[in-house]
Design a protein around this ligand. Structure first.
Ligand SMILES: O=P(O)(O)OC[C@H]1O[C@](O)(CO)[C@@H](O)[C@@H]1O
Length: 770
């Protein structure tokens, strides 16, 4: 049995629950006139009424004892002190530092992080003012009016929720939208009525690698480029990034001057008050954003300093544990009676379920008790006409959190009275119910009476604040963050990691590759294989319907760009065409000359092997041995058909690939490299790794051959291959590139490549449908 179940308080609670399970809230209220007053607590503008819970003083005492036995206070203090409480990622979880006043000191690894936080907030404020005052201009000189936040999970849900919640306070001249889903419909609908020259994209991603966000960000850039006629300068005016990954942001083409950073000690779902909140700040202004942070901080301080017995997050967290572990409740409903909070339940789903959906303890042991419940909800009163039936008369116990405000932000007639009357009445109806006697006394027919009975005894919290303001919103969010923390402390789980999202992500990458390579054999379970096969067919049908050439009939023009020549070949055509290249060759010039050289060739798609880094099929850096203008060049427009770009070594590697784990090394002027594992190509930049007194390239590139002579060069090639074999453990190595012909023999485990394989690689690239 787990240590938790052995704790005295846990045992006492188990016993006491048996007693309380038989008692009705009706009776508890009747027997205890002071109940409502005693079971009420306040903090940071919020009033928590928890009298309608199936508890008594003894249950509460034991719950607080449990919290103490589980070391809640020490765990909380460790979090606030910047200790690495996220143990599986060896990180602090210091979202509380994001809203700490400038005078505070909070250290991570000995460094006070509060000044950095305020530095970023200041920069965000300057930028937000520039947008709000119409001083930030788009590529045609028109002011930015549209803000599109591109992010997902914590980089979307928090900003959307806060924008919706604070819409009343927002600048109505601005249009603020959010794109998260990899479904292109999300993007298409978000921008369909927007002018590109008035639109700012905020690419929000902690890691800047998230598939959905990067896919949408690239589509956003294409959308802008199309309108800006390929003018790359437009990116600087229309894109900012919110991230911890400066390198990836730069590779995408956003300068660090337009990046607002945060830190690895901010978890994605705890980040809406970091730079990730830029869209919120632009919408409501830096002052209101600061007010929201003050609300967060007020609740943080309450959680940090108030005794457990009067501590809102602790009380609510423990009540959640009470129902989850002692009453077997599976879910928790959150029901805001405030239309502006319509996205609050969705936001809470990530906060609570990504945090506490865990099955092992901090020490890695399987738990033998239930952890995080399913959070769900909708704004009232809408839910009343939908799922409340089940809460009132169904067979499940569903604790509810009702949220309401004393004043409406849009007062009119009786609307707010009706709204508040409903939330109060729902809490009462759930707790008190209606007995058979009461039903019969109303003159209801006996046969019908059982259908009209409400068992009652359904628990709920009623959270009330005077008015929805940035401050009360901040405090409300912090309240739930700390509820989650309290529960994690009891359950002895890590609320700050999210390994559970990884497997699906990995498999999706494998499946997408199989979908796009329709000839690839499938080795999943039979149901997965059948689903992929079904979709491959649907996809082909859609392509045929859209008049797109199906992959098996497609004619591909492959272009292999090198420092001295650009070579091209067409599907089904053995003839290779080449033009000269040099240090001045620009992409428009190359396209012009090449088109002249291949006049009469008909193709549906182009594959380009580019001598430099290519990330997500986009050129990431200008080439060393050619002219300028390659980054961001619109090849699709230039060739009038879809174009795929890949690193040149990776293209040759793909053409040389015969399955398994293959390391490819291109021995030429430099050293090209790529690794392919089970069909997935990973371009590499091994050339510049340190080797002897220089780098690999210095010894095995043409320069190395010239400096040391062919014999020594060959010895260096053998040595480099041996080192890489030891490090990467490929099944085989393919040595390609122009200089491979100078090798008199080959290292063990190596095969000779063929430059022609570059073309095969280009054709293979298009075997994957787009
Ligand atoms: O901000 P990022 O790095 O794009 O991540 C987005 C989301 O993806 C997750 O890592 C997993 O779904 C979330 O925790 C996070 O909020």
């Amino acid at each position: 049995m787990s240590a938790l179940r052995e704790k005295p308080a846990w045992r006492a609670l188990t016993a006491h629950q048996k007693e309380l399970a038989t008692r009705h809230l009706r009776d508890m209220f009747a027997a205890d006139p002071g109940r409502a007053e005693r079971y009420r607590a306040e903090a940071a503008g919020w009033r928590l009424d928890y009298a309608r819970h199936r508890i008594d003083d003894q249950a509460l005492e034991q719950l607080f004892a449990l919290a103490r036995e589980c070391g809640l206070e020490a765990r909380r203090d460790a979090m606030f002190a910047g200790e690495k409480v996220n143990t599986t990622e060896q990180r602090a979880a210091l979202h509380v530092a994001l809203r700490a006043p400038a005078r505070k000191t909070i250290k991570v690894d000995g460094e006070n992080v509060v000044p950095q936080v305020h530095e970023v907030l200041k920069r965000m404020g300057t930028f937000a003012h520039a947008i709000r005052e119409g001083r930030w201009l788009g590529f045609t000189g028109r002011p930015i009016r549209n803000i599109v936040n591109v992010g997902i999970g914590g980089s979307d849900l928090g900003p959307v929720m806060a924008y919706e919640a604070l819409r009343h306070y927002s600048d109505r001249k601005l249009t603020v939208r959010f794109v998260s889903n990899v479904d292109y419909t999300d993007f298409a609908e978000a921008v369909h009525d927007l002018r590109p020259d008035e639109t700012l994209f905020i690419v929000a991603s902690k890691t800047f690698t998230t598939l959905e966000t990067m896919t949408n960000a690239h589509s956003a850039r294409d959308w802008l480029m199309k309108a800006a006629g390929g003018d790359k300068g437009a990116v600087a005016k229309h894109f900012v990034a919110l991230s911890t990954n400066a390198k990836a942001v730069e590779e995408f083409g956003i300068s660090t001057g337009q990046m607002y950073g945060f830190w690895d000690w901010v978890g994605g779902r705890y980040s809406m008050d970091s730079a990730i909140g830029l869209s919120t700040m632009i919408a409501v202004g830096p002052d209101a954003f600061a007010e929201m942070l003050a609300g967060f901080h007020a609740m943080d301080e309450h959680f940090r300093t108030t005794p457990l017995e009067r501590n809102l997050p602790v009380i609510m967290g423990l009540l959640g544990v009470w129902y989850t572990d002692f009453f077997g409740a599976e879910t928790q409903a959150v029901l805001p009676y405030e239309q502006y909070l319509k996205r609050f339940p969705a936001y809470l789903q990530q906060l609570t379920m990504e945090s506490n959906g865990k099955h092992v303890t901090l020490g890695g042991a399987q738990v033998d008790y239930a952890t995080g419940p399913v959070y769900w909800g909708e704004p009232g009163t809408n839910g009343q006409h939908s799922f409340y039936q089940l809460i009132h008369q169904g067979t499940r116990l569903i604790p509810c959190d009702f949220v309401g405000f004393g004043q409406s932000l849009n007062p009119y007639g009786r609307h707010h009275d009706l709204l508040l009357a409903n939330v109060i009445a729902q809490a009462e109806a759930l707790a008190m119910g209606k007995t058979l006697e009461q039903v019969l006394a109303e003159g209801i027919d006996e046969a019908l009476a059982p259908h009209r009975v409400f068992e009652g005894n359904r628990p709920s919290s009623l959270l009330l604040a005077e008015r929805l303001t940035p401050h009360t919103l901040g405090a409300l969010i912090a309240l739930y963050e700390h509820i989650v923390f309290t529960q994690a402390a009891i359950w002895d789980i890590n609320p700050f990691d999210q390994w559970g999202v990884e497997l699906g992500k990995q498999l999706a990458l494998r499946v997408v590759d199989e979908i796009e390579s329709p000839r690839k054999a499938l080795h999943h379970d039979s149901a997965t294989n059948a689903a992929i096969t079904w979709y491959r067919k649907a996809r082909r049908k859609a392509e045929e319907g859209a008049g797109v050439t199906p992959s098996h009939q497609r004619k591909v023009l492959v272009i292999d760009i090198g420092g001295s020549h650009v070579k091209a070949m067409l599907t089904g055509n053995k003839r290779e065409v080449e033009i000269k290249s040099n240090r001045k060759l620009t992409p428009p010039e190359m396209v012009k000359q090449l088109r002249a050289a291949i006049r009469g060739w008909k193709y549906d798609a182009v594959a380009v092997g580019y001598p430099g880094p290519v990330i997500h099929e986009r050129i990431a850096r200008e080439p060393y041995n050619l002219g300028k203008g390659w980054v961001g060049f619109n090849f699709t427009q230039a060739f009038g058909c879809p174009v795929k770009i890949i690193n040149d070594a990776a293209m040759q590697a793909l053409g040389s690939y015969e399955g398994g784990r293959m390391l490819f090394l291109g021995l030429g002027t430099g050293l090209g490299s790529a690794f392919i594992v089970d069909g997935t190509v990973e371009p590499m930049e091994l050339a510049h790794l340190p080797y002897k007194k220089g780098t690999f390239e210095d010894y095995v590139g043409t320069r190395g051959m010239k400096a040391h002579g062919k014999k020594k060069w060959q010895a260096h090639v053998f040595d480099v291959v041996a080192q890489l074999q030891a490090a990467l453990e490929p099944d085989y190595v393919v040595l390609g590139g122009g200089n491979v012909r100078h090798l008199t023999e080959l290292p063990t485990g190596a095969r000779r490549g063929d430059n022609h394989n570059a073309f095969t690689g280009g054709f293979r690239l298009w075997e994957k449908l787009t």
